[in-house]
Ligand binder design. Structure first.
Ligand SMILES: Cc1cc2nc3c(=O)[nH]c(=O)nc-3n(C[C@H](O)[C@H](O)[C@H](O)COP(=O)(O)OP(=O)(O)OC[C@H]3O[C@@H](n4cnc5c(N)ncnc54)[C@H](O)[C@@H]3O)c2cc1C
Length: 306
């Protein structure tokens, strides 16, 4: 099937884009990489009368890493995130999440803003932003606002974003994640290559002493994708491993907490019970791997392997 007819607009600035959204508030759809929107429109699950193509808005394509913050523009492609050495040094969970999205053609065109705008609970960046307490920067003709990832994802593919708003980018405070004491990982289980994951886990662990062989965990983060209607931060799992060196008992408690917190939907290849088990197992594996990396922070290059 082909998409229904629509009027195409290509603004060259954020202001032009928000003017268009305000003018066509109930009938317009933003387009970024068109990797998801194209499928939805081709199947006539969405029939917007106006398409606002963001690809002419160069200001939205950036990766800025400072000592305090990481900022990534909405139009930044998965490929740019995957290959950014600055991100690999500062927040390696981001490139690890990007490189596991689909195949090269989707990664070359798909964008951070499209992923967060789509808000699929199986999405990689929604889980990353949830684990890292990221902020989303949003703009409309009424001005700019910032929303915490924890407030943005409300229900299944339903977010805090208004019809006249667009996401300009995301930012993450680096304060909780000093590179010399922090390990990060993004792990996923897929039924087949280049498809969406059955479950993913984004985890970060900060140890208390970079020289200790078994540091106590000062701060643990774990968020799961595709385990509920929104990205699922599992605070009980985090609490289970904090304040002591990582051991089998706290890991088992964390895994139990994640299985209990998960409220997954059924899928053709994975029923809810199986996905609850996976939620526990991937929580356990991701925390274990993040801890190993926090202990040996010299080894942060390959963030995807358990
Ligand atoms: C085969 C396949 C496998 C995939 N596997 C995965 C996977 O494993 N993990 C994963 O995370 N993703 C996966 N994806 C999705 C992929 O990441 C898409 O690229 C992404 O979800 C959409 O990005 P896009 O730039 O193409 O957005 P588009 O398709 O252009 O837009 C998607 C939605 O976001 C909105 N939007 C776009 N930009 C903005 C903005 N700046 N502000 C607000 N709203 C905006 C659009 O209006 C639209 O509703 C997969 C896609 C395919 C086709």
């Amino acid at each position: 099937m082909k998409p229904a007819a629509f009027q195409y607009h290509q603004p060259s600035s954020v202001a032009e884009a928000t003017d268009l959204l305000a003018e066509h508030e109930h009938d317009a759809e933003l387009m970024a990489g068109n990797q998801s929107l194209g499928i939805v429109m081709a199947n006539r699950l969405a029939t917007p009368e106006h398409i606002v193509d963001l690809n002419g808005v160069d200001d939205l394509d950036y990766v800025d890493v400072s000592a305090e913050r990481v900022e990534i523009g909405a139009l930044t492609s998965h490929r740019t995130i995957e290959t950014s050495t600055a991100l690999a040094d500062a927040l390696p969970m981001f490139p690890a999440a990007a490189e596991q999205i689909a195949g090269p053609s989707v990664r070359n065109l798909g964008t951070l803003g499209g992923s967060v705008g789509e808000a699929d609970p199986a999405g990689n960046y929604p889980a990353v932003l949830t684990a890292l307490d990221g902020d989303l920067h949003i703009v409309s003709t009424d001005g700019e606002r910032t929303v915490a990832a924890s407030e943005y994802f409300i229900a299944y593919m339903f977010t805090d974003l208004g019809e006249d708003e667009l996401i300009t980018g995301v930012s993450i405070d680096r304060g909780p994640f000093p590179t010399e004491r922090t390990g990060m990982v993004f792990l996923e289980q897929k039924p087949a290559a280049q498809t969406w994951p059955t479950i993913s886990a984004a985890a970060a662990v900060r140890g208390d002493d970079p020289d200790a062989t078994e540091p106590a965990i000062e701060d643990a983060r774990v968020a799961l994708a595709n385990a509920a209607d929104v990205p699922l931060r599992v605070e009980d799992a985090e609490a289970a491993v904090e304040s002591e060196p990582l051991g089998e008992a706290p890991l088992a408690s964390a895994a139990n907490a994640a299985s209990e917190a998960a409220e997954p939907g059924e899928e053709m290849h994975a029923d809810a019970e199986y996905k609850e088990e996976l939620a526990g197992e991937y929580t356990r594996r991701s925390l274990e791997t993040a801890y190993e990396r926090a202990v040996d922070t010299a080894d942060t290059t390959d963030t995807t392997k358990p």
